[in-house]
Design a protein around this ligand. Structure first.
Ligand SMILES: Nc1nc2c(ncn2[C@@H]2O[C@H](COP(=O)(O)OP(=O)(O)O)[C@@H](O)[C@H]2O)c(=O)[nH]1
Ligand SMILES: [Mg+2]
Length: 195
Protein backbone atom coordinates (compact mmCIF):
# COMPACT_ATOMS: atom_id res chain seq x y z
CA UNK A 1 0.00 0.00 0.00
CA UNK A 2 1.23 3.48 -0.80
CA UNK A 3 0.30 6.18 1.67
CA UNK A 4 0.52 9.60 0.08
CA UNK A 5 -0.42 11.90 2.87
CA UNK A 6 0.08 10.45 6.34
CA UNK A 7 -0.81 12.82 9.13
CA UNK A 8 -0.43 12.93 12.84
CA UNK A 9 -3.97 13.51 14.08
CA UNK A 10 -4.09 13.55 17.87
CA UNK A 11 -2.40 12.49 21.08
CA UNK A 12 -5.30 11.30 23.18
CA UNK A 13 -5.27 10.81 26.91
CA UNK A 14 -8.94 9.94 27.24
CA UNK A 15 -11.70 8.44 25.20
CA UNK A 16 -13.38 11.70 24.36
CA UNK A 17 -10.28 12.71 22.46
CA UNK A 18 -10.23 9.63 20.24
CA UNK A 19 -10.94 10.57 16.62
CA UNK A 20 -14.59 10.52 15.62
CA UNK A 21 -15.70 8.34 12.76
CA UNK A 22 -15.27 4.73 11.82
CA UNK A 23 -11.89 4.45 10.19
CA UNK A 24 -10.32 1.08 10.97
CA UNK A 25 -7.46 1.15 13.45
CA UNK A 26 -4.23 -0.81 13.26
CA UNK A 27 -2.86 -0.75 16.77
CA UNK A 28 0.78 -1.07 17.81
CA UNK A 29 1.50 -2.63 21.18
CA UNK A 30 4.76 -3.71 22.74
CA UNK A 31 7.19 -2.85 25.43
CA UNK A 32 8.84 0.53 25.59
CA UNK A 33 11.60 0.91 23.04
CA UNK A 34 10.71 -2.17 21.00
CA UNK A 35 10.14 0.04 17.96
CA UNK A 36 6.43 0.91 17.73
CA UNK A 37 6.97 4.49 16.56
CA UNK A 38 9.78 3.46 14.23
CA UNK A 39 7.42 0.89 12.76
CA UNK A 40 4.94 3.59 11.78
CA UNK A 41 7.68 5.72 10.23
CA UNK A 42 9.19 2.81 8.34
CA UNK A 43 5.91 1.65 6.87
CA UNK A 44 5.29 5.07 5.35
CA UNK A 45 8.93 5.87 4.57
CA UNK A 46 9.05 8.89 6.82
CA UNK A 47 11.76 9.66 9.30
CA UNK A 48 9.88 11.52 11.95
CA UNK A 49 6.12 11.43 11.68
CA UNK A 50 5.93 9.26 14.77
CA UNK A 51 8.30 10.45 17.42
CA UNK A 52 10.91 7.88 18.39
CA UNK A 53 13.21 8.01 21.34
CA UNK A 54 16.21 6.37 22.88
CA UNK A 55 14.71 7.05 26.24
CA UNK A 56 12.23 4.33 27.08
CA UNK A 57 8.87 5.16 28.56
CA UNK A 58 8.46 8.50 26.85
CA UNK A 59 5.10 8.01 25.23
CA UNK A 60 2.23 8.24 27.66
CA UNK A 61 -0.49 9.14 25.21
CA UNK A 62 -2.31 7.26 22.51
CA UNK A 63 -1.14 8.69 19.20
CA UNK A 64 -3.38 8.45 16.15
CA UNK A 65 -1.79 8.69 12.70
CA UNK A 66 -4.23 9.13 9.84
CA UNK A 67 -3.24 7.18 6.73
CA UNK A 68 -4.91 8.91 3.79
CA UNK A 69 -8.26 8.64 5.55
CA UNK A 70 -8.10 4.90 4.93
CA UNK A 71 -7.13 3.81 8.41
CA UNK A 72 -5.25 4.89 11.53
CA UNK A 73 -2.02 3.60 12.91
CA UNK A 74 -2.50 3.85 16.66
CA UNK A 75 0.68 4.03 18.71
CA UNK A 76 -0.09 2.90 22.27
CA UNK A 77 2.10 3.66 25.28
CA UNK A 78 4.78 1.05 25.83
CA UNK A 79 4.72 -1.22 28.83
CA UNK A 80 7.44 -2.74 30.95
CA UNK A 81 9.62 0.28 31.36
CA UNK A 82 11.65 -0.71 34.38
CA UNK A 83 12.25 2.81 35.66
CA UNK A 84 8.58 3.71 35.67
CA UNK A 85 7.13 4.15 39.10
CA UNK A 86 4.48 1.64 40.10
CA UNK A 87 1.89 4.33 39.72
CA UNK A 88 2.98 5.17 36.20
CA UNK A 89 2.94 1.50 35.26
CA UNK A 90 -0.61 1.21 36.46
CA UNK A 91 -1.62 4.35 34.64
CA UNK A 92 -0.19 3.34 31.31
CA UNK A 93 -1.32 -0.25 31.79
CA UNK A 94 -4.82 0.99 32.45
CA UNK A 95 -4.59 3.11 29.33
CA UNK A 96 -3.81 0.21 27.10
CA UNK A 97 -6.58 -1.93 28.46
CA UNK A 98 -9.08 0.88 28.42
CA UNK A 99 -8.36 1.60 24.80
CA UNK A 100 -8.48 -2.06 23.78
CA UNK A 101 -11.75 -2.56 25.60
CA UNK A 102 -13.45 0.55 24.28
CA UNK A 103 -11.96 0.72 20.82
CA UNK A 104 -14.73 -0.40 18.56
CA UNK A 105 -12.77 0.39 15.40
CA UNK A 106 -9.84 -1.91 16.03
CA UNK A 107 -9.18 -3.83 12.82
CA UNK A 108 -5.85 -5.36 13.80
CA UNK A 109 -3.51 -5.43 16.77
CA UNK A 110 0.18 -5.69 16.00
CA UNK A 111 2.24 -6.95 18.91
CA UNK A 112 5.92 -6.09 18.52
CA UNK A 113 8.52 -8.28 20.18
CA UNK A 114 12.30 -8.11 20.04
CA UNK A 115 13.61 -10.94 17.86
CA UNK A 116 16.77 -11.19 19.96
CA UNK A 117 15.08 -11.98 23.23
CA UNK A 118 12.58 -14.33 24.75
CA UNK A 119 9.27 -12.54 25.27
CA UNK A 120 9.31 -10.87 28.70
CA UNK A 121 6.70 -11.62 31.32
CA UNK A 122 4.99 -8.36 30.33
CA UNK A 123 5.00 -9.47 26.69
CA UNK A 124 3.38 -12.74 27.68
CA UNK A 125 0.76 -10.95 29.75
CA UNK A 126 -0.01 -8.69 26.83
CA UNK A 127 -0.14 -11.62 24.44
CA UNK A 128 -2.53 -13.43 26.72
CA UNK A 129 -4.65 -10.32 27.02
CA UNK A 130 -4.83 -10.02 23.22
CA UNK A 131 -5.81 -13.67 22.83
CA UNK A 132 -8.59 -13.23 25.34
CA UNK A 133 -9.85 -10.08 23.64
CA UNK A 134 -10.63 -12.10 20.50
CA UNK A 135 -9.47 -9.18 18.39
CA UNK A 136 -7.53 -9.87 15.19
CA UNK A 137 -3.80 -9.68 15.77
CA UNK A 138 -0.41 -10.46 14.39
CA UNK A 139 3.02 -10.64 15.95
CA UNK A 140 6.13 -8.97 14.54
CA UNK A 141 9.57 -9.91 15.76
CA UNK A 142 11.31 -6.58 15.40
CA UNK A 143 14.92 -5.43 15.11
CA UNK A 144 15.71 -8.32 12.78
CA UNK A 145 18.64 -6.30 11.45
CA UNK A 146 20.38 -6.90 14.77
CA UNK A 147 20.93 -10.56 13.88
CA UNK A 148 22.33 -12.26 10.80
CA UNK A 149 19.75 -12.64 8.06
CA UNK A 150 20.35 -16.40 8.07
CA UNK A 151 19.31 -16.61 11.72
CA UNK A 152 16.04 -14.74 11.42
CA UNK A 153 13.80 -17.74 10.68
CA UNK A 154 15.28 -19.74 13.48
CA UNK A 155 14.84 -17.01 16.11
CA UNK A 156 11.33 -16.41 14.92
CA UNK A 157 10.53 -20.11 15.30
CA UNK A 158 11.78 -20.03 18.89
CA UNK A 159 9.46 -17.16 19.74
CA UNK A 160 6.61 -18.84 17.93
CA UNK A 161 7.09 -21.91 20.07
CA UNK A 162 7.15 -19.94 23.31
CA UNK A 163 3.91 -18.20 22.35
CA UNK A 164 2.34 -21.42 21.14
CA UNK A 165 1.34 -19.77 17.88
CA UNK A 166 0.25 -22.25 15.28
CA UNK A 167 -2.18 -20.51 12.99
CA UNK A 168 -1.72 -16.77 13.48
CA UNK A 169 0.60 -14.58 11.58
CA UNK A 170 4.07 -13.98 12.92
CA UNK A 171 6.58 -12.18 10.74
CA UNK A 172 10.00 -10.61 11.16
CA UNK A 173 10.37 -6.85 10.92
CA UNK A 174 13.08 -4.24 10.97
CA UNK A 175 13.08 -0.53 10.49
CA UNK A 176 16.65 -0.78 9.23
CA UNK A 177 16.38 -3.75 6.88
CA UNK A 178 13.39 -2.96 4.75
CA UNK A 179 12.94 -6.32 3.04
CA UNK A 180 10.24 -7.28 5.52
CA UNK A 181 8.01 -4.31 4.90
CA UNK A 182 6.05 -5.54 1.92
CA UNK A 183 4.85 -8.76 3.56
CA UNK A 184 3.63 -6.77 6.53
CA UNK A 185 1.69 -4.39 4.27
CA UNK A 186 0.07 -7.38 2.59
CA UNK A 187 -1.12 -8.63 5.96
CA UNK A 188 -2.39 -5.25 7.09
CA UNK A 189 -4.32 -4.79 3.87
CA UNK A 190 -6.26 -7.96 4.52
CA UNK A 191 -7.66 -6.40 7.66
CA UNK A 192 -8.47 -2.92 6.46
CA UNK A 193 -9.98 -3.43 3.04
CA UNK A 194 -13.74 -3.40 2.51
CA UNK A 195 -14.21 -0.97 5.35
N1 LIG B 1 18.41 -1.55 14.84
C1 LIG B 1 17.12 -1.26 14.99
N2 LIG B 1 16.75 -0.29 15.85
C2 LIG B 1 15.43 -0.03 15.97
C3 LIG B 1 14.44 -0.74 15.26
N3 LIG B 1 13.24 -0.26 15.62
C4 LIG B 1 13.46 0.71 16.52
N4 LIG B 1 14.78 0.86 16.75
C5 LIG B 1 15.43 1.82 17.69
O1 LIG B 1 14.95 1.53 18.99
C6 LIG B 1 14.73 2.75 19.71
C7 LIG B 1 13.29 2.84 20.16
O2 LIG B 1 12.45 2.92 19.04
P1 LIG B 1 10.98 3.53 19.14
O3 LIG B 1 10.36 3.38 17.78
O4 LIG B 1 11.02 4.90 19.73
O5 LIG B 1 10.30 2.51 20.19
P2 LIG B 1 8.88 2.60 20.93
O6 LIG B 1 9.15 3.04 22.31
O7 LIG B 1 8.34 1.20 20.90
O8 LIG B 1 8.03 3.54 20.12
C8 LIG B 1 15.13 3.88 18.78
O9 LIG B 1 16.46 4.22 19.07
C9 LIG B 1 15.03 3.25 17.39
O10 LIG B 1 15.88 3.83 16.46
C10 LIG B 1 14.88 -1.77 14.33
O11 LIG B 1 14.10 -2.45 13.66
N5 LIG B 1 16.23 -1.97 14.25
MG1 LIG C 1 7.10 5.26 20.70
Amino acid sequence: MIINNPKFEISAVSKKQYPKGNLPEVVLVGKSNVGKSSFVNTMINRKNLARTSNVPGKTRQINFYNMDNKFYFVDLPGYGYSKMSKKEKVISGGFIEQYLEEGSNIALIILLLDIRHKPTSDDLLMYDYILKSNLPFMVLTNKADKIAITKVDNELEKIKEILGISYSTILPFSSERKVYQEKVWEEIEKFIKDE
